[in-house]
Design a protein around this ligand. Structure first.
Ligand SMILES: [Zn+2]
Ligand SMILES: [Zn+2]
Length: 365
């Protein structure tokens, strides 16, 4: 018995009902193509579906959306006076102490900063990792990093040294979940037929099944748009399992904070995808034999919780030949990673030198 597709008229009627965006409080609109309620103000997409109830079509939100909306206003805000601005170039939102607002974006250097208007305050971080690396140490780490960069254009050193390093707290979401999974698959065992040249590997398939329970603890999803994603991957991990301290506005006093832009719903879906992939791998590891096929995993998630946390970095962003580069240091472990320009003149000269040496060596043979 298939449920007949909703009549267009019904869907339109339902779409006129008001759905509050869980992230900003604006009025979200039903987008049938995306099966989501989309907020025209902040762009948050809240997954939802059309269901038949007592003969009418209604929009039913994903339980995650309802959970997000249920977060009380008391769990929002910084508990200290802050000013937020958004960069018109890289879109990062920076949160400053009043009177300490930077004139240029600390992530890309653009001066096109506009006040960031929000209907609802940001969800307050539950905990954070305090900055451990002091500024002089951060400068040393950047100098060491620079020392390893060969074939950089002249002037790059000066640029990378003189620009100011900024201490910034970046936003992450972490997710916990208990999961129980049952799996079925076909397990394959190799055997060989024939001999010599005609020896062939064959697979004998037999059904297999199993189950497992797992607790995902602090599955991390980065919510920063300011620091380039690939760079951040290089300075992870942050020691979130043992060094987090409860949020206190005092820790952030004097530092810039980046407000999350990857909202909770998108992050939770990303985390679920990460967990699903990890779970599939765990089930695959349980399958006996040499190989497998047709793995089907049936999982039930429970006890899902999330936290918003902040982690510290030192960031140096500089513009070279009109292009924006970043060098970033993990504020706890001191791991450094950076982007840099290449000097094509130096590279070309080096290649010419190599060719010359090769020719000279050949001539002397
Ligand atoms: Zn919104
Ligand atoms: Zn920017």
């Amino acid at each position: 018995m298939d449920v007949p597709p909703p009549l267009p008229g019904d869907a339109v009627a339902v779409a006129r009902r008001k759905f509050e965006c869980p992230a900003c409080g604006g009025e979200a609109q039903w987008n049938p193509a995306k099966h989501a309620l989309i907020c025209p103000y902040c762009g948050t997409e809240s997954p939802a579906e059309l269901q038949e109830r007592d003969g009418t079509t209604v929009i039913v939100e994903h339980d995650l959306v309802a959970a997000l909306r249920a977060i009380p206003d008391s769990a929002r805000g910084w508990q200290a006076e802050k000013v937020s601005v958004q960069c018109q170039s890289c879109h990062a939102i920076s949160v400053f102490d009043p009177g300490k607002i930077s004139q240029a974006c600390q992530f890309c250097g653009s001066t096109a900063l506009v006040p960031y208007e929000q209907v609802k305050d940001a969800i307050r971080p539950e905990s954070l990792l305090p900055m451990k690396v002091a500024e002089p140490q951060a400068r040393d780490l950047i100098r060491t990093w620079y020392g390893k960069q060969w074939l950089a254009p002249n002037g790059f050193a000066g640029k990378a040294m003189t620009d100011t390093v900024k201490g910034i707290y970046l936003p992450y979401w972490t997710f916990d979940a208990k999961v129980y999974a049952r799996w079925t698959a076909e397990s394959g065992e190799y055997y060989y037929t024939g001999s010599g040249k005609n020896r062939r590997r064959q697979v004998r398939w037999s059904p297999a099944s199993g189950e497992l329970s797992h607790f995902f603890d602090d599955d991390l999803v980065c919510a920063s748009t300011g620091v380039h994603g690939a760079l951040l991957k290089k300075i992870e991990p942050f020691p979130t399992t043992d060094s987090l301290v409860p949020y206190d506005a005092g820790y952030l006093s004097g530092w810039t904070v980046e407000r999350y832009q990857l909202d909770l719903i998108t992050s939770a879906q990303r985390s679920r995808a990460q967990m699903d992939a990890a779970l599939r791998k765990m089930c695959a590891d349980q399958i006996p034999g040499d190989t497998y096929r047709n793995l089907v995993v049936n999982s039930t998630y429970s006890g899902q919780t999330f936290k918003h946390i902040l982690v510290p970095v030192w960031l140096l962003s500089y513009v070279y030949s009109g292009k924006s580069f970043q060098v970033v240091i993990n504020g706890v472990t001191g791991t450094a990673a950076g982007e840099r320009p290449w000097s094509w003149i130096k590279i070309t000269l080096l290649i010419l030198l190599a060719i010359t040496i090769f020719i000279l060596l050949k001539a002397n043979e």
